[in-house]
Design a protein around this ligand. Structure first.
Ligand code: PFF
Length: 460
């Protein structure tokens, strides 16, 4: 344990705390509402298989590269890239990767805090019995009314942001680790409680079949791209979060097994979330709606029809809030660690300044749902959609691809093998092929497929 605030001297107390912290970053809104839905829509078990391939062939190599660079540089992502570029005789411009991560973290956190605020509000709403016996129309209306009120959205966004900033300002040991020690076990417990509840809901068989039946005819070329994009976002890759967290990994931790454990935990929780959600939806004969609709309309409606639904509904939203907070704290780390290092500044002060700017940016997302709902930017996207699109579909894949390329092809010879403890030359080559060719090409495919429609729209 360390009390110093300098980035290079801070360490996770153990390898396990790093695993929990990285899993905390990975498990978020992306796992709990997005994964179950896209899995169901893209062929159930067939999609889960494709997703596992993407996690193994693209997600794990990129995560290993990020953590490895972080541990080698032992600084914020921007400084790490500068240091390692210098050590390998490469251009200092590679530090632009660190800057892209800082920007992506800002943009993602600005809207993440708004959506997480919805989850916090729904803890109270569900717990107070507001949805007990309510009609579909009433539940939908209450969500619409909430979105239409900037004041309410800002109140919850602010509360979530204050908690995030308070945690990260306290530092790695007292802030990040302390939060993770509480929130991660609670998250596991809540998920188990919800699984037991959904098992007894009467819709378990249908929910299980929806998630796991191998419906290969529902798989399209797009399903591969969706699986890859999801693997990427859910593992928090491409923006230096894992590099920033990697800077605090103890020297003796085996990176390969550590990263595989993190990816396995993230996948397990995504699958468990699906198994907790769908049976409840099916038991009530409801439509499996999309995205926020499923989480904030269909589920409250389903819980409202069930015995002890208020309690379990509140627990579900508590689970979502915990998952979001451990992701949110990781989103600040690339920028925070850079500013602390660069200006030798106090973490708390930097955290507050970053939080205020991010909060202000988040107001754009808040207004996208009400007063600015008609204001659109490139591609007809609202402010929120634009920020989401630019960060998730452009900055993250581009960052991930370049980070892996740098780690595999540009670092001095032997550095990667030494960090990974690879002694066998055949294994070394296999690693280079998967991480240095398959992973960046896979990401390139996702990247081109997402920006192509946008670019062709611009030219028309
Ligand atoms: N992995 C998070 C989720 O699935 O919700 C989102 C995320 C967090 C993405 C942190 C990127 C990041 F750096």
């Amino acid at each position: 344990m360390t009390t110093s605030t300098s980035v290079s001297s801070q360490r996770w107390s153990s390898r396990w705390l790093f695993v929990l912290a990285a899993a905390g970053s990975a498990v978020g809104l992306g796992n709990i509402w997005k994964f179950p839905y896209i899995a169901g829509e893209n062929g159930g078990g067939a999609f889960v298989l494709i997703y596992l391939v993407c996690i193994a062939a693209v997600g794990i190599p990129i995560m290993v590269s990020e953590v490895l660079l972080g541990r080698q540089g032992r600084s914020s992502p921007i400084h790490t890239m500068r240091k390692l570029a210098k050590a390998s005789g490469r251009s200092q411009r590679w530090s632009v990767l660190g800057w892209m991560g800082v920007l992506a973290g800002f943009l993602i956190l600005s809207y993440y805090a708004v959506i997480a605020g919805w989850a916090v509000n729904y803890v109270w709403l569900s717990g107070s019995g507001a949805f007990e016996g309510a009609s579909a129309q009433a539940v939908g209306q209450s969500f619409d009314d909430f979105l239409a009120s900037p004041f309410e959205l800002i109140a919850y966004q602010t509360a979530f942001m204050i908690l995030t900033i308070w945690i990260v300002g306290r530092g790695v040991t007292q802030g990040l680790e302390a939060a993770i020690r509480w929130f991660m076990p609670l998250l596991f417990l809540l998920l188990i409680a919800l699984l037991v509840y959904s098992f007894n809901s009467g819709g378990f068989d249908q929910g299980f079949a929806f998630m796991f039946d191998m419906k290969w005819d529902a798989v399209t070329a797009d399903s591969w791209l969706i699986a890859m994009g999801q693997a990427f976002f859910t593992l928090s890759l491409g923006m230096g979060t894992m590099m920033a967290y990697g800077a605090y990994v103890p020297d003796d931790a085996n990176l390969g097994t550590t990263v595989v454990t993190i990816a396995a935990l993230d996948t397990l929780i995504a699958v468990a979330a699906g198994l907790a959600i769908f049976p409840i939806v099916f038991a009530n004969g409801l439509e499996v709606a999309q995205g926020p609709g499923l989480t904030f309309v269909t589920l409250p409606l389903a819980f409202g029809q069930m015995p002890f639904g208020s309690i379990f509904g509140a627990l579900f939203f508590l689970l979502l809030s915990f998952a979001a907070i451990t992701s949110a704290i990781s989103l600040t780390e690339p920028a925070l660690s850079f500013l602390v290092e660069e200006y030798n500044a106090k973490r708390q002060r930097v955290a507050i300044s970053l939080g205020v700017i991010c909060w202000a940016l988040g107001l754009g997302t808040v207004f996208s749902f009400n007063v600015w709902s008609d204001v659109t930017f490139v591609g007809g996207l609202t402010f929120f959609d634009s920020v989401d699109y630019f960060s998730q579909n452009i900055l993250l894949p581009l960052g991930g691809m370049l980070i892996t390329f740098f780690a595999i092809w540009l670092l001095p010879r032997g550095m990667v093998e030494q960090q990974l403890g690879i002694e066998n030359p055949i294994l070394g080559w296999a690693w280079k092929v998967v991480a240095g060719i398959v992973a960046p090409l896979g990401v390139l495919a996702v990247f081109l497929s997402t920006i192509w429609p946008m670019l062709s729209g611009l030219w028309q």
